[in-house]
Write a protein that binds this ligand. Structure first.
Ligand SMILES: [Zn+2]
Length: 412
């Protein structure tokens, strides 16, 4: 259905479209002439860091979910590198209490794989299973083969996904950007791609043995894409995500600024091309932001000394729409699959008919981090010209984000 400049992407039900249309009419959005709007089901980001409990000077459940709403997301999955780490029912409960009190969109926590994310004793996976979307030690790789094997066996019994941050600590050697041309030219220590794909290769063997539902976080290297393509062809129960920055930037875009530092790092141009191919051919199932806010000071220490991580919830759609859809690399339906359908399917998160988001896509604007709802402001996309401004996000029938600066005063 396309009426009055509105395209409905990936929205199956006619009744839902009609209720969206009705709501937009009442809100006066349709009266803005010559604008084109895209309506999607609410996005689902399976990889965000909301920093609470423990690090509320970086972000809170409140500010992180407001950022999600402003980015078109109605569901986010929160990583467990918190304090306390949600590694048993009691500590998970502290996080769930804050979510219940403060979240403006749906937040599903991950439980840790190991106690304290220390990589040693396993966390209470069975106790946490009813309350979590999956298990992850995100922020670090599980170094012990035996421990990972045991975790996969337990997760398989519980029917839960293991979402793996793949990183072999033996290969890091103090690196902090990609081990490529930029690092060599500017005298930086590099992180080799094998630190990622080596651990993916190990895990794929364990998946073969255990039959675990396995998901790889933030794939960045071309070798990783090739390994995952083969594993899927072999019929393993494997999925993966990459982030918008890995699809749009590479180490040739690096600047001497902490806002270009994240883990895994921006890799080479060939890696970026392989990721785009993976998105096109379905090897890469979904796009997640790895939204990782830090304080301004923590990101002000240049490439070597800033903390790893950039924010992403408020730039993901505009960056992907501008660089992938407008450039005809993928169509809007594929983007809806990557941002909505695939993550929900994989993690067993049912869609809500009362969740949708509306983007105005006819007028360019520049990314202004000072306008973010997130407390984190560090992004490699600052100042970039993009299309796709989120004008409305509705969660369970309630508006959780509305941009009146574009649309003028409300109708009735
Ligand atoms: Zn990670």
């Amino acid at each position: 259905m396309k009426e009055h400049g509105i395209d409905y992407i990936g929205m199956q039900s006619e009744a839902a479209k009609l209720s969206v249309y009705d709501l937009l009419s009442r809100k006066g959005f349709l009266s803005v002439p010559e604008n084109q709007y895209l309506v999607f089901p609410g996005f689902c980001d399976v990889h965000v860091h909301l920093r609470e409990p423990g690090f509320s000077y970086k972000e809170t459940i409140r500010t992180g979910t407001l950022a999600a709403a402003r980015g078109g997301y109605t569901t986010v999955c929160a990583m467990p590198n918190l304090n306390p780490v949600p590694d048993r029912v009691e500590t998970l409960g502290q996080e769930l209490d804050i979510i219940r009190r403060d979240a403006v969109v749906q937040v599903l926590p991950y439980g840790a794989i190991t106690l304290g994310e220390k990589g040693e004793a396993l966390a209470d996976l069975a106790g946490m299973a009813p309350h979590v979307c999956g298990f992850s030690d995100d922020g670090r790789g599980v170094q012990s083969d035996d421990r990972m094997c045991e975790a996969m066996s337990r997760a398989r019994g519980l029917g839960k996904v293991i979402a793996a941050h793949c990183e072999d600590n033996r290969l890091l050697r103090g690196g902090y950007i990609h081990d490529g041309a930029y690092a060599r030219a500017h005298g930086h220590r590099g992180i080799c791609s094998e630190s990622e794909y080596g651990q993916i290769a190990r895990d794929l063997e364990l998946v073969r043995r255990t039959g675990c539902k396995y998901h790889v976080c933030h794939v960045s290297a071309k070798e990783s894409v090739a390994l995952l393509r083969r594993a899927k062809a072999d019929g393993l129960d494997v999925t993966c995500e990459t982030g918008p920055h890995y699809l749009v930037l590479c180490d040739e875009d690096l600047q001497e600024d902490g806002r270009f530092k994240m883990n895994p790092p921006l890799r080479g141009a060939e890696d970026r091309a392989a990721l785009l191919e993976g998105v096109r051919d379905g090897t890469i199932d979904m796009i997640a932001t790895d939204h990782a806010p830090h304080s301004a000071e923590e990101k002000s220490r240049g490439l070597e000394h800033s903390l790893f991580g950039v924010v992403g919830l408020e730039t993901a759609f505009p960056v992907l729409y501008t660089e992938l859809v407008r450039k005809s690399i993928i169509g809007p339906e594929r983007l809806a699959e990557l941002l909505c359908t695939a993550p929900r399917r994989r993690f067993g998160i049912p869609p809500d008919e009362g969740d949708f988001t509306v983007f105005e896509v006819s007028r360019p604007y520049s990314v202004r981090p000072e306008e973010f709802a997130s407390m984190g402001r560090s992004t490699p996309f600052a100042g970039r010209q993009v299309y796709g401004r989120c004008v409305l996000t509705v969660h369970r029938g309630q508006a959780v984000w509305e941009d009146r600066s574009v649309l003028g005063p409300a109708g009735n």
